[in-house]
Ligand binder design. Sequence first.
Ligand SMILES: [Zn+2]
Length: 164
Amino acid sequence: MKCPFCRCDNDRVIETRTSDDGFVIRRRRACQSCKKRYTTYERIEIVNIRVVKRDGTRVPFDREKLRQGIERACWKRPVREAQISELVASLETRLEGETEVSTQRVGELAMELLRKLDEIAYIRFASVYQDFANVQDFATALQSMTSEKVVDDGGTESAANVGE
Ligand SMILES: [Zn+2]
């Protein structure tokens, strides 16, 4: 792997780590020439997945666009760049083998993964992606998250299953 700093092709893997779901391998590398460190990700390549939008049009799956949406949701949250990369890679892995996927499905997967990472980021993402119709929807989603932590208070459970 060429060093992104000095372009020298002389690196050494200093750490190899597998993501929680086991679908992504992260390698920490050290350039033997300039001594700088960088990270590479190994994941299953997904090809030819098309996303079906709500109006029925189909567009190629856009990793960057998804990543930007996630990054926006994680703005000023204690989420590291590496965690976002892993999230995107995990999501892609789950789409492996499919040829078409709805925007809704992509959104649900993103929410499911984001929720494990940071609850505020999850809510932000959900509010954009789920297109909450009104304040009540939003409040219900918030409440479902809270009631999961507290002992079951008999609150609404419909929104608690989002993305699961
Ligand atoms: Zn280098």
